[in-house]
Design a protein around this ligand. Sequence first.
Ligand code: FDP
Length: 327
Amino acid sequence: MPNTDNEMITLQSHILSNEARQENATGTLSWILSALSISAKMISASVRRARLEDVLGEVGNENIQGESQQKLDVIANDILLRILAARDGVAIVASEENEEPVIIGAEDDDQKYCILFDPLDGSSNLDVCGGVGTIFSILRNRSGVSPKESLLQPGTEQVAAGYILYGSSTIFTLTVGEGVDMFVLDPAIGAFMRVETNLQIPKANKSYSMNEGNRLSFPQGYQDYLHWAQSNGYSSRYAGAMVADVHRILLKGGVFMYPPTEKAPAGKLRLMYEANPMSMLIEQAGGKAVYDSENRIQDVQPTDIHQRVPVIMGSADEVNQVISHLK
Ligand code: FDP
């Protein structure tokens, strides 16, 4: 629902009023969300000045995923780690860029939280001034298990998830399990202002988003879907950055996919840093997110924090169309 009532609600006041509605809230989650909002502003500023400060391009290393790291990947990762490390309620931080999770607070405290993030998703778009984003997922820390085990929870256990899109505006999209809210950074005052509350994804839209260059190495069902969609007046939209593509689908409808390929038989996208948080947002907005013809992404029991998963997510009708070709 667009915000038409002239309310001027900032992300900060939204977080605090959510907290006030929860009976046993301690304020810990609110502190973490506000840390993410500050990190988002800092990363946004770095992205916008990147060319001027000569921080575009590769560092020369590969990250744990075997992908070359951009200088801004490293900057965004450092910002998030430094800001989250200073918050009391954080137990463990796991980043797509680091092989091992960073243990911050007391390991055995189930009042604390684990934060997983992809600091700068779609970073190959940076050099050409395309949209990039940060994705985060928040889980409750589990006591009595090792930090790695504490992280290995299915997406259904997420207490909050969201993304920040650094596009023509900076957008913060958040769910704490009670619908999806969207905020735009007002650069004049440095605050995220609420623009959508209880956002609902359109039920259908004849639009698909995938890397069609891989078409010949998709399983047959995806190729059949593409043939069907192209014979039925569908449009193709692909920014090549998951945050930008999923943002468009949340607002306009359609389906986003990263299927298995010969090169990446389990798909390319990371379950815990990308697929789970985006699935929570899509489902909270009334959409659907699966990894094959039957199974929800959020039901996957992870065995490795860096594991990958095929992704089909978006408007319920459009996801069902893809599924009908996979059976
Ligand atoms: P990137 O490698 O540029 O960081 O998982 C990362 C991701 O981008 C997603 O944001 C994007 O949807 C996908 O990979 C793009 O992959 P392809 O280049 O294979 O299409």
